[in-house]
Design a protein around this ligand. Structure first.
Ligand code: C2E
Ligand code: CA
Ligand code: CA
Ligand code: CA
Length: 277
């Protein structure tokens, strides 16, 4: 048993060592990637549950790594957040998403909304509001078309400063949504405190919707609660027609997920894919 213990210990140090090396390498590579803009955006359509027409797109960043191929954000956003690289990366995401949506709208002769994800460090960046306003003007987008998705971590931190920035963004006409709702805590308190218009139910609740009574009850309650507060509800992670039927019965307004489409380059979508608005 003693020998086994030692082996386990050696195993863990080796694993830990490898993990640290991988992390350091990724950080070095990410620094270069931000300079060289080795990123691309994929967009996932957001659909109006009642009529099935297009509401807008959520932009999701990917890293086109020179040797590893496409890397998903869960592997590099945490490193970008801890290193501060998320600020320049986030600036790129905002500019690029606005540019791509403007080009898509011109090609399709229609308008769509754009949802962007924002990390805490970006939200503390004094330049954020100016940068957003600049990008909207530059690409001829209305502020009402843009919506920022904030997680509970962003909302929990620094209440006063966060509230000021949010009111400033609202004054410009930009929309605010709570992302991953239900996964953090203090959910109810900040819903009243912050000027948000939308709630996104975390996909972990939506996944079990049509198979688990608990998940169905949680989704139904979040939707009812949100409606009481005058909020629009988005369900993410909608993978089946049955999930969608539940959401429709619960009067959830908006949905996104693999049932409709995964995130893809924006030019993969045309307005004829959905009923006319
Ligand atoms: P999120 O904002 O909660 O985005 C939803 C994630 O769920 C996306 O993963 C999306 O591809 C995935 N998804 C959508 N529908 C389904 C479905 O039906 N089934 C399943 N299994 N998954 C689905 P992705 O693209 O890997 O993004 C992961 C997270 O990375 C995002 O979670 C967001 O928190 C973060 N992220 C992505 N882009 C950005 C960005 O530009 N800035 C910041 N700060 N964070 C970002
Ligand atoms: Ca999101
Ligand atoms: Ca989410
Ligand atoms: Ca998430």
């Amino acid at each position: 048993a003693k020998a086994e213990g030692r082996n386990t210990y050696r195993f863990f140090t080796k694993e830990l060592h490898a993990a640290l090396i991988e992390r350091k390498t990724l950080l070095d590579e990410l620094t270069i990637a931000v300079h060289e803009q080795q990123f691309e955006l994929h967009f996932q359509p957001v659909i109006q549950v009642e009529r099935g027409n297009l509401y807008g797109f959520e932009a999701l960043v990917r890293w086109r790594h020179p040797t590893q191929g496409l890397i998903l954000p869960d592997r590099f956003i945490p490193i970008a957040e801890q290193s501060g690289l998320i600020v320049p990366l986030g600036h790129w995401v905002i500019s690029q998403a606005c540019a791509e949506l403007a080009a898509w709208q011109k090609r399709e002769q229609t308008q769509a909304r754009l949802a962007l994800n924002l990390s805490l460090a970006q939200f503390r960046d004094l330049d954020l509001t100016n940068h957003l306003a600049f990008c909207l003007t530059q690409h001829g987008l209305r502020p009402e078309q843009l919506e920022l998705e904030l997680t509970e971590t962003v909302l929990m931190h620094d209440h006063d400063a966060a509230t000021d920035i949010m009111h400033g963004l609202r004054a410009l006409g930009i929309g605010l949504a709570v992302d991953d709702f239900g996964t953090g805590y203090s959910s109810l308190a900040y819903l009243k405190r912050f000027p948000v218009q939308k709630l996104k139910i975390d996909k972990s609740f939506v996944f079990g919707l049509s198979s688990s009574e608990d998940s169905a009850a949680i989704c139904r309650s979040i939707i009812a609660l949100g409606h009481t507060l005058g909020l629009l509800i988005v369900a993410e992670g909608v993978e089946t027609a049955l999930d969608l039927a539940f959401l429709k019965a619960f009067r959830c307004e908006l949905a996104q997920g693999f049932h409709f489409s995964e995130a893809k380059p924006l030019n993969a979508f045309t307005k004829t894919m959905w009923p006319a608005a």
